[in-house]
Design a protein around this ligand. Structure first.
Ligand SMILES: C[S@@+](CC[C@H](N)C(=O)[O-])C[C@H]1O[C@@H](n2cnc3c(N)ncnc32)[C@H](O)[C@@H]1O
Length: 299
């Protein structure tokens, strides 16, 4: 497979409240059937879209951010609390700020990086799409203030309450954006890691979902804390006017089974976050799943 690793970093910190123009919200819950304009699935797998078949350069970063992260949703609030509490518990009484962290398939989501920030000297944000890489590069250089409530939520579970300009400076100083591919991550590299809504939302193929989850976990050192989020039973999703694939078979049980083969016994918990009844993110999913745990082996 062609290796595509290209580092671009954003180290400039600018003032608060500098906003970039964003496109208007896409239609909420664009109601496309599973597969949409794709050929219907067949038992032999023909018609499924693999990760390499998807036009990731059609991923409209601004639209995705606008729909998902312009404001803090209730389901994300629950996820942040789960992940923040877990990471904090992992490092309680262990003064550490020199770890190497990774967020895989960052898209336009900065809260996984915020969740790792207190313990990391450096964090790599990895994405395959040049558009997302460029969006991230701009974002890390000047985190917009819409991320403040996300940070406040981490403080509510015990993160040190740094004022937001210091958080912004810490992100700009420690974060590097890297264009790469989850399937090409170097094993045994990072001390802590996150991967949110990637393995099940980058392909229609169940094997690729499992492989991406495995590659993510293998990129972490033994005993490393991790958090991974998945959409439950997703039928695919629209970004801008493009349909992106998802593995519909991903459920809580499926995630538990896949992780059980990769993580030491008793070292992972998977919680289901239900769809907020009055504020679903879109149609065509059954909730969100958040897994927290440690990779196999001793730290
Ligand atoms: C549904 S988005 C999730 C974005 C973000 N992590 C979030 O929490 O919203 C899926 C992301 O995976 C990225 N991606 C797709 N294929 C990838 C691959 N092979 N390696 C790394 N990232 C990939 C996409 O560019 C996109 O940013």
């Amino acid at each position: 497979m062609r290796r595509m690793t290209e580092a671009v970093s954003g180290l400039v910190n600018t003032d608060d409240d500098v906003r970039r123009a964003e496109p208007a919200s896409p239609p909420k819950g664009a109601d496309l059937p599973r597969g949409g304009d794709l050929e219907p699935d067949r038992p032999d797998g023909v018609g499924k879209r693999h990760n390499c078949d998807v036009e990731w350069e059609d991923f409209d970063s601004g639209s995705y951010w606008n729909h998902n992260y312009r404001s803090l949703r209730e389901d994300d609030r629950e996820i942040i609390r789960t992940v923040g509490s877990f990471f904090r518990k992992c490092f309680l009484g262990i003064p550490t700020d020199g770890l190497s962290g990774v967020d895989v398939g960052s898209g336009t989501n900065m809260y996984p990086a915020l969740a790792m920030l207190p313990w990391c000297e450096k964090i790599e944000l990895i994405d395959h799409s040049v558009r997302n890489v460029e969006w991230l590069q701009s974002e890390v250089s000047s985190l917009r203030s819409t991320w403040r409530p996300f940070w406040d939520e981490l403080c509510s579970v015990g993160y040190e309450r740094k004022d937001f300009p210091r958080v912004r400076a810490a992100i700009a100083g420690s974060t590097r954006v890297v264009r790469s591919n989850v399937f090409e991550l170097t094993e045994n590299t990072y001390d802590i890691g996150t991967m949110f809504f990637v393995a099940e939302s980058m392909t229609d193929d169940e094997n690729e979902f499992e492989k991406a989850t495995e590659c993510f976990l293998r990129s972490l050192r033994p005993g490393a804390p991790f958090a991974a989020a998945f959409m439950d039973s997703s039928e695919g999703y629209v970004v801008g006017d493009k349909l992106f694939p998802a593995v519909h078979e991903v459920t809580k049980t499926r995630v538990e089974n896949v992780l059980a083969g990769l993580v030491a016994d008793g070292e992972v918990t998977v919680d289901k976050i239900r769809v907020p009844p009055t504020d679903p993110l879109r149609d065509g999913y059954e909730g969100m799943l958040i897994a927290v745990g440690r990779t196999r082996g001793n730290p």
